[in-house]
Design a protein around this ligand. Sequence first.
Ligand SMILES: NC(=O)c1ccc[n+]([C@@H]2O[C@H](COP(=O)([O-])OP(=O)(O)OC[C@H]3O[C@@H](n4cnc5c(N)ncnc54)[C@H](OP(=O)(O)O)[C@@H]3O)[C@@H](O)[C@H]2O)c1
Length: 233
Amino acid sequence: MATKVYVTGASRGLGKAVSEKFLQEGYTVIGIGRSSDIHHKNYTFQTCDLSLTSDVKNIQFDAESEEIILINNAGQIGNIQRISDQQTPDFEEVLRVNTLAPMYLSWSCLHHSTGAVKIANISSGAATRAIPCWAAYCASKAALDRFSETLQLEEKEKGKDVRIWSVAPGVIDTAMQEKIRAASPAHFSSLDTFLDLKKNDELTSPQVAADKLFRLIVHAEINRVVCSLREIE
Ligand SMILES: NC(=O)c1ccc[n+]([C@@H]2O[C@H](COP(=O)([O-])OP(=O)(O)OC[C@H]3O[C@@H](n4cnc5c(N)ncnc54)[C@H](OP(=O)(O)O)[C@@H]3O)[C@@H](O)[C@H]2O)c1
């Protein structure tokens, strides 16, 4: 298959599940991140700490590929605490991983590729809704949404075969949710909501989310840039 699929944060959670889905469907997948334990003949891995812009700039895309799919999935929730209460804010790390890395990788991919390009930036409901104690995360995902919309308009102006989404995946049963549920009630006002989602078995499995993400990207099931996997049945 002449398509190459690049996935950041393939070590676990949604990134691992979507990498495995594309592999099952016969695609060539390149994981990008700090570690990976996927073993498959069509899988390779590029080591990269996405909080280091120097590492991110070293990521190479196969410019000759007929089609490149880039899934900017890696993300960090950051400190779960009101900004004014934080002893050591982690703004840089959150914004580097969640926003700057997708921006540089999108640039590199679009700048060098000669074929079709699809980019799925994994956003969040927190991009469009202020959630106290997640300020940096909300800001990082809101910026990702606006960046994605602007990029799509730019590529349309150029008449390029490029599709961009900034997609909220829903609430998925991953390590990120474990970290959210482990937050202190004193520091996270929405804690009960997330404890209840888990207790009531309302979290989506990474595999279900990955199947929907696959359909979104391969079958272009949604036309808008900013969207949600909840829109896919
Ligand atoms: N889970 C949810 O309910 C939910 C809801 C809305 C949006 N999202 C978004 O969905 C995406 C996937 O989240 P998830 O739930 O699958 O999270 P997860 O289980 O915590 O996985 C996060 C992934 O990001 C990678 N990562 C984090 N920092 C990195 C860094 N500096 N360099 C390289 N890789 C890094 C992790 O790699 P390491 O193993 O190296 O740490 C891991 O592979 C994120 O963008 C998240 O914001 C998730």
